[in-house]
Design a protein around this ligand. Structure first.
Ligand code: HEC
Length: 114
């Protein structure tokens, strides 16, 4: 009598494990980075300095995300969420979910916060 686990069960278990690993460790940062690069980088720049290709045409231009005052302000996550949902000045509003914006914030704070 064989004791081996049927392939189907193995495949299902593996899929669940891999998805869990992806959700817990991988997706936020990767998703946040991808979203930032797709939606924000053209103005805010690859290094968050407000020097993206479109920034020169904006008045006032975006400020530098690397400055400590930006990250030190009260409820900075909520400030960013509101800014992205409502837009301001030359920045348009984006229809992104809270989770998507939080993923972007995760990427931004990891990459730009000093
Ligand atoms: C079309 C260019 C453009 C795009 C695209 C853009 N922004 Fe902006 N953003 C701006 C400008 C311009 C300002 C400054 C607005 C003002 O204060 O008048 C700004 C300001 C901000 C601020 C406030 C920053 C501060 O220093 O106080 C945040 C936060 C922000 N943007 C986040 C984002 C995120 C996140 C994305 C992507 C989802 C994004 N922006 C996409 C142009 C852009």
């Amino acid at each position: 009598m064989s004791k081996s686990v049927p392939y189907g069960v193995t495949a299902v278990v593996l899929t669940v494990v891999l998805c869990t690993i992806h959700t817990v460790y991988g997706s936020d940062e990767g998703e946040g980075k991808a979203l930032y690069e797709e939606k924000c980088m053209i103005c805010h720049g690859q290094n968050g300095k407000g020097d993206g290709p479109a920034a020169a045409a904006l008045s006032p231009p975006p400020k530098d995300f690397n400055r400590p005052e930006f990250w030190n302000q009260k409820d900075v996550d909520q400030v960013i969420i509101n800014q992205v949902k409502k837009g301001k000045g030359a920045m348009p509003a984006f229809s992104l979910s809270d989770d998507e914006i939080k993923a972007i914030i995760g990427f931004m704070s990891k990459t730009f916060k000093k």
